[in-house]
Ligand binder design. Structure first.
Ligand code: RET
Ligand code: FE2
Length: 527
């Protein structure tokens, strides 16, 4: 497994023409742009956790029936400082680094005693975000890095904090039909309060400010007070429907006092996160018009969740699909010492990812007796029980087990939908299959091949789409058989049959997330 996880990957900044088997439809023109950790060793030093690795972006460009591959390390301040020092000098999720010689850039790390919130990394390794015509590499700290989607060059470093008071922000923003971005971040102990802030980045700027970034026009949509000042929830994504923003405040929490003292206690940021299994998971539904949370307190059992799949409104209910775990063993699993030794032995998850459906009634009989199930949708076994104190206790329906990195046809985001595309994992965190799940019939279609390790499957709609699954699935496939080079797999989303594969003779890295940029959204000037 060292091949997949531990070994530093080489970058290929110049386009490499892939060897294509099969035929690509002529409408497939654009760039699949993805992000993930590519380097875990700098000089003699090594990161502890897979999520610490230096961001390596890669892209598959589809042009006139051909595919071109490139990859480039994000030239973040973190990357530059590490490379210059020839060792890890900036702390990441699972690795605390000292001392920091880049004093000018990371000086604040030394002031840990006077700063509650340490200066975080700009190693944006998780996802790619589009705002207007700009693209950013993202992680979960306050920093994002603008990039050129054609050349993968690194551009400006942006501090969210300049535009909105957040110390952390998700790397899974949502987009509305006009391309505006909706994202959430946590504002920690700011003016005596800790809250979750929802903000909007408009997709365009006024004509006279054409050269300015959309971030300058960022607006706060609403904020949700944290249940606890010093223990805000950790969250990796959130949900939206036409009229609501869905925020799940899980008992997997960040301990701010631990965070503030981690540096001098010699522990990593990860150790500041803990799961409180005896606590509840609070479900917040924010009305997008009134900006208010529901008056009723809504909760479900303690869970750890990273990915929302989708959410929608149906007959006065909100349906929320998530991938959840019974504990936080997922983060534990991705320590490189677990991944690189005996994968089978060390990475047995103590809880597997489960796709759960939570259903919350919006309007219900306030006089209903305690214990009544208020869910009136016949298609689900999820319940919402009225409690004596007036709160709602939601018990989810299990949709399926063993899926992660879920994607949908994004035109159905926030709407009633039918298909989930995901990677399939069993008791090990490394995916071996890609799967399509029909949430209506619970039927599954899968793709797998020996020694193949697929990435998150991205759905690209056919231009004349008539049905939700009219389109293609793109997934980059890492291989561990030296005889078979890695490739970009193209499946028909309807049947899950292979349309084409574009093989590239490079050491492809297992990545996290990314997006497909159709040609019409690409600004040719930057090419
Ligand atoms: C650096 C840093 C963080 C980084 C978190 C990361 C890098 C999370 C990655 C999560 C993934 C990839 C989940 C997949 O399901 C925190 C904890 C937000 C806060 C402290 C500083
Ligand atoms: Fe994610």
């Amino acid at each position: 497994m060292d091949v997949i996880f531990g070994r530093n990957k080489e970058e290929h900044p110049e386009p490499i023409k892939a060897d294509l088997k099969g035929e690509l439809p002529s409408w497939l023109q654009g760039i699949l742009l993805r992000n993930g950790p590519g380097m875990h060793t700098v000089g003699e030093t090594q990161y502890n956790h897979w999520f610490d690795g230096l961001a390596l972006m890669h892209s598959f460009t589809f042009k006139n029936g051909e595919v071109y591959y490139r990859s480039k390390y994000l030239c973040s301040d973190t990357y530059n400082c590490n490379i210059e020092a020839n060792r890890i000098v900036v702390s990441e999720f699972g690795t605390m680094a000292y001392p920091d010689p880049c004093k000018n850039l990371f000086a604040k790390a030394f002031c840990y005693l006077s700063h509650t919130i340490p200066e975080f990394t700009d190693n944006c390794l998780i996802n790619i975000m589009k705002t207007g015509e700009d693209y950013y590499a993202t992680s979960e700290t306050n920093f994002i890095r603008k990039i050129n989607p054609h050349t993968l060059e690194t551009l400006e470093k942006v501090d969210y904090n300049k535009y909105v008071a957040v110390n952390l922000a998700t790397s899974h923003p949502h987009y509305d039909s006009a391309g505006n971005v909706l994202n959430m971040g946590t504002s920690i102990v700011d003016k005596g309060k800790t809250k979750y802030v929802v903000f909007k980045i408009p997709s365009s700027v006024p004509e006279k400010e054409k050269k300015k970034s959309c971030l300058k026009h960022l607006e706060v949509v609403c904020s949700i007070p944290s249940h606890s000042l010093l223990h805000p929830s950790y969250y990796h994504s959130f949900g939206i429907t036409e009229n609501y923003i869905i925020f799940i405040e899980q008992p997997f929490k960040l301990d701010i006092l631990k965070l503030a003292t981690a540096y001098f206690r010699g522990v990593n940021w990860a150790s500041c996160l803990s799961f409180h299994k005896e606590e509840k998971t609070w479900i917040h539904l924010i009305d997008r018009k009134t900006k208010k949370d529901t008056a009723t307190k809504i909760y479900t059992e303690a869970m750890v969740l990273f990915h929302h799949v989708n959410a929608y409104e149906e007959d006065g209910h909100i349906v929320i699909d998530v991938i959840s775990y019974a504990d936080n063993s997922l983060y534990q699993m991705f320590y490189l010492k677990n991944l690189n030794e005996d994968l089978e032995k060390n990475t047995k998850l103590t809880s597997i990812p489960v796709c759960k459906r939570l259903v919350v009634p919006l309007a219900f009989d306030k006089d209903a007796e305690a214990g009544t199930n208020l869910v009136k949708i016949p298609s689900t076994t999820a319940t919402a029980l009225k409690e004596k104190d007036g709160s709602l206790y939601c018990q989810p329906e299990t949709m399926c087990e063993g899926i992660e990195l879920p994607r949908i046809n994004y035109d159905y985001n926030g709407k009633k939908y039918r298909y989930i595309y995901a990677t399939e994992v069993q008791w090990s965190p490394v995916p071996t299959k890609i799967t399509k799940i029909d949430v209506l019939t619970k039927k599954k279609l899968s793709w797998e091949e020996e020694h193949c390790w697929p990435a998150e499957p991205v759905f690209v709609p056919r231009p004349d789409l008539k049905e939700e699954d009219d389109g293609l699935i793109l997934s980059s496939i890492v291989t561990t058989d030296p005889k078979n080079a890695p490739f970009l797999l193209v499946l028909d989303a309807k049947t899950f049959t292979e349309i084409a594969r574009a093989t590239v003779n490079v050491d492809l890295h297992l990545d996290l997330h990314g997006l497909f940029i159709p040609e019409k959204d690409l600004n040719a000037e930057h090419e």
